[in-house]
Ligand binder design. Structure first.
Ligand code: FO1
Length: 317
């Protein structure tokens, strides 16, 4: 079976591990969010691509869900000793090597999709990992700022990591989205997919961001899509999807996220049992355990998503 999954960071990567276990003989293409990408110390950092690559390739720091296992921060400490900013983003020594290789290849003119393929040659994630676009896009957050006459735009990572999303986001914008194109292979992978899966990634700054790349939403709407709610009982399981949903005026609930995606996009929706009242015309909603609290649980959630997708894929198609 050919599966395409749009994925963000930690939750998406964890789900993909279960998807691989649930469909070992399938061909899985992951379209990774690059709106979180940031340039630090002259190096291009792609947090969501790296989280998927490290998680599926066996190098992730499991507790954090980002960065490398068995990590030291000698370079970070030395940069701090020079007073170099920013010091709020925790880049480890091993992780620096990834950003050095990526930046070298980008500087040599390789597109991000080829850079990602080269990095994955080492990590062997067992999926094809494609950036959503080779064009540079970045999520920026508009916050209130007393001295900067009321509003200031900061990089998503500064809002997410330095501020812990503690300052209300008035607006979240993907800078560069209009001019960006899907990376090579993205639209073909979606078109050729038997099913498209939305993991419980952040619906605003991960999956929502990927859908903003011109052409991707329309291509996905043509497919059978099953999503897993990132919200259980009114709260995100991890991360700060609630802060992001509030920023766009959406309630933090499985129902509201389903309505945000809409029935043109999503055909099936897995929700937790406490959210079993969720409903939307044209969408098959299934209530079941969706907490990824063990590899087995995650595999079962992924299997349930695939089973629901197969039941929805019209046999006459
Ligand atoms: N998240 C944090 O909360 N603190 C950090 O210092 C941090 C560093 C970091 C370094 C590399 C990387 O790939 C991810 C990192 N993240 C950190 C996570 C990152 O902000 C998020 O994973 C994504 O951008 C949102 O999904």
């Amino acid at each position: 079976m050919r599966i395409v999954s749009l994925a963000g960071g930690i939750g998406g990567a964890r789900f993909l591990r279960g998807l691989k276990a649930a469909a070992p003989d399938s061909e899985i293409t992951v379209i990774g969010n690059t709106g979180d990408d940031i340039t630090l110390f002259g190096l291009r950092v792609c947090p969501d691509l790296d989280t998927v690559m490290y998680t599926l390739g066996g190098g992730i720091n499991e507790e954090q869900g980002w960065g490398r296992a068995d990590e030291r921060h000698t370079v970070k400490e030395e940069l701090a000793a020079y007073g170099v900013e920013p010091q709020w983003f925790g880049l480890g020594d091993r992780d620096f090597a990834t950003h050095i290789v990526r930046t070298q290849m980008l500087s040599a003119g390789y597109p991000l999709s080829q850079v990602t393929e080269a990095l994955c040659a080492r990590w062997q994630p067992g999926v094809r990992l494609l950036p959503m676009s080779d064009d540079r896009t970045e999520s920026h957050v508009v916050i209130a700022d007393a001295d900067a006459d009321g509003r200031r735009a900061i990089h998503f990572q500064e809002w997410w990591v330095r501020l812990r999303a503690s300052v209300p986001a008035e607006q979240i914008a993907l800078v560069g989205a209009e001019e960006a194109s899907p990376a090579p292979g993205v639209l073909d992978a979606i078109r050729d997919a038997d099913v498209v899966i939305f993991p419980p990634s952040n619906p605003v700054v991960s999956i929502g961001t990927i859908l903003q790349i011109p052409g991707i939403r329309a291509a996905v709407e043509e497919k059978t899509v099953v999503g897993v709610s990132p919200i259980i009982g009114g709260a995100p399981v991890r991360g700060m999807a609630d802060a992001c949903l509030t920023a766009i005026g959406v309630e933090t609930s499985a129902q509201a996220v389903l309505e945000l995606y809409g029935s043109r996009l999503v055909d099936g929706w897995l929700v937790a049992e406490e959210d079993k009242g969720v409903a939307l015309d044209g969408v098959a909603v299934e209530a079941r355990p969706i907490l990824m609290d063990s590899p087995d649980a995650t595999r079962e959630i992924a299997a349930a998503a695939l089973t629901l997708a197969q039941s929805l894929t019209s046999p006459s198609a």
